[in-house]
Design a protein around this ligand. Structure first.
Ligand SMILES: [Zn+2]
Length: 485
C-alpha cells in the first residue's frame, strides 16, 4: 500500500518532466494539476470514473448541464488543489543554463525509473495479483486514465473515417390486416429513473400512484444497455445488442425508427433532454429548446410537462397513417434533482435543494430524487390521459439508465458497465395500451411482467407495437409477441 503512492509519484515525475522538457515545463505541469483537481473532485465526491463513454458524456453535454455541477465544495476543491498549486508553479523561476537543466532532467528521471524498477522486481507478484483481480483500479489513476480515455475518444471519433451507411431492410411494411383507424404509438425515453423507486414495482414510498390508477403495467426486471445517456439511447434503438454495441456501427446503419419510418409511418422525435444522440437524424425532430415556454422553462431546462403540450399539438393533427411519437424526457437528471419538478410536486420533504448532493443528508437526497419520480408519474399519466381520447393508442416508457444515490459511496451514473452497481443498470419499463381493456390481452401481458428483459428487447418490441413487418424483426425478442394472437 505504501509503495503505490511512491510509484505514482515516480510515474508523474517521468511523465511531467519529459513532456515539460519537450514543451513548456510550467504550462505542462500547471495544466496537469488543473485537470487533476477537477478529476479528483469528481472521483472523490461522486465516485465517477473517466472512461471513454464518460468523456463522450462530457463532450456531448450542454452548458446548463455543466453548470449544474458548480457548487461551493467544487469551488473549494478547485481553488485549493488547482489554482493555489498553479500559482506556486508559475512563481518558480527557471534560470539555469540549458545543459545544466538537461543534466538535472536525466538525473531525476533515472532516479524515478530506478525506483519503479526496484518496486517492480521486489513486489511484482503483489502488483500482478491485485491488478488481475481489480481491473478497475487502473481507471482511478489521475490524470493518466483520463488522458488515455481522452486519446481513445479522439481517435475513435475524429480519426477513423466514417463507415458507409447500411440500410438493414429496404422494404419494411405494415401488417396486411388493415385496421379502421391509424394506430398511435408513443415511446417515452426516460432519464436517470431507477426501477426500484417506482411504487408500481414495489417501492415503499407512493411515487407512481397515478400510473397504477391509469391501468398501466410495469416490467419489474429490465436492465439498461449502458450507464449513460450517450450509450443507452442509441443502443436501445439499434439492432445491436448490448454486448455488440459499437457507437460507430450503430450511427451508420438503420435504427428501429428508421425502419418504422420507411414502412410508411409518420415518426417524430420531441426532445426535452440534451439531444437524441443521433437516433433522430433521419426523422422529423422537434429539437431541445430550453426557451420554448416561459412558464415551464428556466432558460437551461424545461419541466417535462412541455412534452405533454407538444404531444397534444401532434395528436390534434388528424392522423391519416400510423404514427410513432418519441418523447425524450429530462426525467430525474442530476445532480440538480430539485430543478426537475415544480413546487407542487415536492411531495417528500425535506428535499436537497443543491447541486453538491453528496453533502445533503441521505434522506433529503432520497426525498428529492423520489419527487422527480412523482413528477415523472404525473407526466406519464397525462400522456395516457391524452391517448385515452383517441382510438388504438399505446405507450411504452423505458428509462435510459439508473442512478447511484450514495449506495457504495457512489453518486450519479456513468460507471463502467461491467462494474456498475444495479442501481445504475436496473431501469423501469412501463406500458399502457388501449387493448389492455381486453381481459385476455391484459392477462397475457401481466404474465410477462416479471420476466427478465433488457434494452436489447426494445428494437423488436417497437416493431411489434408499430405493427411493422421487417426482415430485421426477431419475434423472440418482442416482449408482447406471446400476447399477439
Ligand atoms: Zn441519461
Amino acid at each position: 500500500m505504501l509503495s503505490v503512492p511512491c510509484v505514482l509519484i515516480c510515474l508523474n515525475i517521468i511523465f511531467l518532466s519529459l513532456a515539460g522538457a519537450l514543451f513548456f515545463p510550467r504550462i505542462v505541469v500547471g495544466f496537469s494539476v488543473l485537470i487533476s483537481s477537477l478529476l479528483f473532485y469528481a472521483v472523490q465526491e461522486y465516485g465517477v470514473i473517466f472512461d471513454r463513454s464518460m468523456i463522450q458524456n462530457i463532450v456531448e453535454t450542454n452548458s446548463g448541464e455543466a453548470a449544474s455541477y458548480l457548487s461551493m465544495s467544487f469551488f473549494l476543491f478547485f481553488v485549493l488543489l488547482g489554482l493555489f498549486p498553479i500559482f506556486a508553479i508559475f512563481n518558480q523561476d527557471v534560470k539555469e543554463a540549458f545543459t545544466k537543466r538537461v543534466f538535472k532532467l536525466v538525473k531525476i528521471n533515472m532516479a524515478a525509473a530506478l525506483f519503479i524498477f526496484l518496486i517492480g522486481s521486489l513486489m511484482y507478484k503483489d502488483y500482478a495479483a491485485i491488478g488481475r483481480n481489480n481491473h478497475n483500479l487502473v481507471k482511478y489513476i489521475i490524470p493518466f486514465a483520463f488522458y488515455d480515455s481522452g486519446y481513445k475518444y479522439l481517435r475513435d471519433t475524429y480519426f477513423y473515417p466514417p463507415l458507409p451507411y447500411r440500410i438493414l431492410d429496404r422494404h419494411p411494411h405494415f401488417e396486411r390486416k388493415q385496421r379502421s383507424n391509424p394506430a398511435t404509438l408513443v415511446v417515452v425515453v426516460g432519464e436517470t429513473a431507477r426501477a426500484d423507486r417506482f411504487s408500481i414495482n414495489g417501492y415503499t414510498q407512493p411515487t407512481t400512484t397515478r400510473l397504477s390508477q391509469m391501468g398501466a403495467v410495469s416490467f419489474a426486471n429490465v436492465t439498461s444497455c449502458g450507464t449513460a445517456t450517450a450509450v443507452s439511447v442509441p443502443c436501445m434503438f439499434s439492432r445491436l445488442s448490448r454486448e455488440n454495441y459499437d457507437s460507430r456501427i450503430a450511427s451508420s446503419q438503420d435504427n428501429v425508427l428508421d425502419i418504422i419510418h420507411r414502412a410508411g409511418a409518420s415518426v417524430t422525435w420531441i426532445d426535452n433532454n440534451s439531444s437524441c444522440k443521433g437516433v433522430c437524424a433521419r426523422i422529423q425532430t422537434i429539437d431541445y429548446d430550453p426557451k420554448r415556454s416561459e412558464s415551464l422553462c428556466d432558460g437551461d431546462y424545461c419541466y417535462d410537462e412541455i412534452l405533454i403540450e407538444e404531444l397534444a399539438k401532434q395528436l390534434r393533427a388528424e392522423a391519416s397513417r400510423n404514427r410513432v411519437i418519441v418523447l425524450h424526457m429530462i426525467g430525474s437528471h442530476g445532480p440538480t434533482y430539485y430543478l426537475r419538478y415544480p413546487a407542487e410536486f415536492k411531495k417528500f420533504t425535506p428535499d436537497c435543494a443543491r447541486s453538491d448532493i453528496q453533502n445533503c443528508a441521505l434522506n433529503e437526497l432520497n426525498n428529492t430524487y423520489d419527487n422527480t419520480i412523482v413528477y415523472t408519474d404525473y407526466v406519464l399519466a397525462e400522456i395516457i390521459t391524452l391517448l385515452k381520447r383517441i382510438p388504438d393508442a399505446s405507450m411504452l416508457y423505458v428509462s435510459d439508465h439508473g442512478e447511484s444515490l450514495g449506495e457504495k459511496g457512489l453518486f450519479l451514473h456513468g460507471f463502467p458497465y461491467h462494474f456498475a452497481p444495479t442501481e445504475q443498470t436496473h431501469v423501469p419499463m412501463v406500458y399502457w395500451d388501449s387493448k389492455l381493456n381486453q381481459a385476455d390481452y391484459r392477462q397475457c401481458v401481466t404474465g410477462q411482467l416479471n420476466k427478465a428483459y433488457s434494452q436489447d428487447n426494445v428494437f423488436d418490441t417497437l416493431l411489434g407495437l408499430a405493427r411493422v413487418n421487417s426482415t430485421t424483426y426477431q419475434p423472440l425478442q418482442d416482449v408482447f409477441q406471446p400476447c399477439r394472437s
